[in-house]
Write a protein that binds this ligand. Structure first.
Ligand code: ATP
Ligand code: MG
Length: 246
């Protein structure tokens, strides 16, 4: 752990950056993950490093979709594992979802490390090592998923997902929830529910909404999902960024 004075104006951003660095050091996060973090930070800066109202509505919609799901799965990569291991486990518990490690730069060793890391933060079972199914339409290594995990899920949460895979997953007829700070990236653009927010804020926010919505009736949850418009959410995020005076 590093010493960042809490009074520093970029305190949270610096802490986040150090967690990614530590993730690379312990073999959880890839070097590519450092670049992804940098891209994300730039957008977060322009968003004012806060959850904008349209992202909060998207998070609430995501909570409704997860509560309503038969088989929800949370996909975890090296950045997510480094940044929000405990929060991911808390969300999985709140909506009764499975957790599956799913890496763009896939190695068995890194999957095992991430699974162990999640285990140390309270996860009971972590999928992703079986890799006995393929997402149609993408090349071999990147297509690998568990048949009883992401492959057969009806609702998936994919934070910081690559554009190609996000598109292929979308074509599998799943409700796809993407968390990404860049509203212009392909991944949120192909999502059923794009959440334009930092994963550090978005995951606990979905959990909080899930606790609030827990006693809602099935039609109540359904109407929350029906009222959500993905294009509007993307447009509002883009407008916030363009009009930023940061
Ligand atoms: P494109 O989708 O435009 O082709 P890309 O997806 O290939 O670009 P990457 O660098 O692979 O680009 O993607 C990283 C994505 O993850 C970026 O869109 C970035 O905004 C997002 N990102 C990085 N860190 C976070 C974070 N902490 N929370 C949410 N999103 C993040
Ligand atoms: Mg992208």
């Amino acid at each position: 752990e590093v010493d960042v004075p809490e009074s520093h104006p970029r305190y949270h951003s610096l802490l986040t950056r150090h967690r990614i660095e530590a993730g690379v050091e312990t073999g959880i996060t890839s070097q590519q993950g450092l670049i992804a973090q940098g891209r994300g930070e730039a957008f977060d800066y322009l968003l004012g490093e806060e959850t904008i109202p349209s992202a909060d509505r998207a998070a609430r919609t995501a909570a409704a979709a997860l509560l309503r799901a038969d088989k929800p799965v949370l996909s975890v990569n090296g950045n997510v594992a480094a940044l929000v291991p405990e929060e991911t486990v808390a969300l999985a518990n709140a909506v009764d979802a499975d957790i599956e490690v799913n890496l763009f730069n896939r190695t068995e060793k890194r999957i095992e490390r991430i699974a162990d890391h999640l285990g140390a933060h309270g996860a009971e079972e972590v999928k992703g090592l079986t890799a006995d199914a393929r997402i149609p339409g993408i090349d071999h290594e990147r297509a690998k998923v568990d048949s009883d995990g992401i492959y057969s899920a009806d609702v998936v949460v994919v934070p910081l997902e690559d554009g190609d895979r996000a598109e292929a997953l979308g074509e599998m007829d799943k409700t796809e929830i993407v968390i990404d700070l860049n509203p212009l990236s392909r991944s949120p653009q192909v999502a059923s529910i794009p959440i334009i927010d930092n994963v550090v804020r978005a995951i606990p926010n979905i959990t909080e909404h899930a606790h609030d919505l827990k006693s809602r009736s099935e039609p109540g949850l359904h109407s929350i999902i029906e009222e959500f418009d993905a294009d509007t959410a993307l447009r509002e995020a883009e407008r916030t960024i363009r009009e930023s005076d940061n």
